[in-house]
Design a protein around this ligand. Structure first.
Ligand code: S3P
Length: 173
């Protein structure tokens, strides 16, 4: 398969960790959109949100999607909100296969407990679980549009990578 493999899904579903593992397994370069933005902009995502606001971050995200969609043969991890933008989805779809990682809100709550990393979830306490549920509901439709879904709540990274690899085998050419 010549196209890109794109991992998307909500915050805390394991896009970065699993993306690295999948890239190693497939022998492809790995690019994490958030990390690319941080290194291009020389600022952390929370600082970009704080200093320039979410809309500016979304612009940087769109520019990164545009650049990466012109390449092939990559494993790409998106940010959790990248696929909210219809043009991002169109570009990513035209460049490869989109795999969406899913997870229960309670497990996402536990996995995203460290504060200061995810500006959209930094409410704290029970409020954070409510925010997660609300954002998941708002984004359900866009995540549902991915080509393939894997639930990461209970499976080990190895099981998930095996499952995605099996799914991708049909596109081998
Ligand atoms: C966001 C998810 C984050 C990051 C930014 C916004 C979102 O990425 O892009 O904080 O809107 O869901 P991760 O999903 O890698 O945490």
């Amino acid at each position: 398969m010549k196209g890109n493999v794109i991992l998307t899904g909500f915050m805390g579903t394991g896009k970065t960790t699993l993306g690295k593992l999948l890239a190693t397994k497939l022998g492809r370069p790995f690019v994490d959109i958030d990390k690319k933005i941080e290194s291009d902009r020389k600022l952390s995502i929370p600082k970009i949100f704080e200093q320039f606001g979410e809309e500016h971050f979304r612009e940087l995200e769109r520019a990164a999607v545009k650049e990466l969609s012109e390449k092939r043969g990559l494993v790409i991890a998106t940010g959790g909100g990248t696929v909210k933008d219809a043009e991002n989805v169109r570009l990513l779809k035209s460049s490869g296969i989109i795999v969406c990682l899913t997870c229960s809100p309670e497990e996402i709550f536990l996995r995203t407990a460290r504060r200061g990393e995810r500006p959209l979830l930094d409410g704290g306490g029970d409020e954070r679980l409510e925010t997660i549920k609300k954002l998941l509901a708002e984004r359900k439709e866009v995540y549902d549009r991915a080509d393939y879904h894997v639930d990461t709540t209970e499976w080990s990274p190895l099981q998930i990578i095996d499952d995605i690899s099996r799914y991708l085998r049909q596109f081998r050419s």
